[in-house]
Write a protein that binds this ligand. Sequence first.
Ligand code: PEP
Ligand code: MG
Length: 293
Amino acid sequence: APAGDIKTESGELRTADGVPILISININDAAEIDELDPATAGVGLMRSEFSVTSIADAANEERQLAIYRRVLEQAGDKPVIIRMLDIGGDKPLAGLEDLPALEPGLRGIRLLLARPEIARVQARALLRAAVFGKLSVMLPMVTFPDEVDRMRELFREEAEKLGRRALQHRMPPIGMMVEVPSAALMLDTFGSAAFFSFGTNDLTQYLAASTRDGNEADAGKAAPAVLRLIEQAVKLAGGKPVSICGDMAGDPRYLPGLLAAGLRHFSVAPARRPAIRSAMVGLNADGTRAAGE
Ligand code: PEP
Ligand code: MG
């Protein structure tokens, strides 16, 4: 290949002043993994609730294992972050109709800890899938550090059970979404999280009392506050890997602000990737435009 293509083929991208930038993709359906081209760093977010949509799916360890395995094998040596089920609130799970009655706001990791039978099946499927690729597991809607501790303990217990059954498995790094404002403010207290990824969709909603799929104008008005919160939180991450997988990451308008906040790893919908790659051209790592660009 001509020398000019090397950048694209290795997936390496740098700011105008030479700082490496990673662009990963978000996938919903497992089949989207086929859009992982060589220039992509990996999968920064797989939303498992799009593959596990009913209580029957949630109870089916072998089916989940097959789905996660296919994604990991297709990704090869590229890292894949699979997020545990983010259900509750406005995200239903067919067959779990008593949800709103349980408690409004019972969503993501809180729901998984309240319904550990669901979490245990998914943990086993993920532990077993981890053997087939470079898997990390991400926890949704984390608010307090003990939620991460409790989920890690649940993974340890399930790993032990798999060991007793002589089933191949591997403990993946376990990190968390940063999408609840209080967690972002207190990020230095999440000692047991292996990595962080900013979810600006929920972060915006909960920070600005807006609706999740609210109007563009409100999201735009809330953006400076979200960017300031992210900038503070990045400083509290203690050198752990940090990325962003919310919709802001795929919007070129916010790229300078996100770079200035210290972000170097962007995970975006596959269709947004070319726009972000080209928006990166001419930008320094601090978000300013390089001279002559
Ligand atoms: C987010 O909240 O920004 C996010 C990436 O998670 P989801 O869109 O699945 O809620
Ligand atoms: Mg979210």
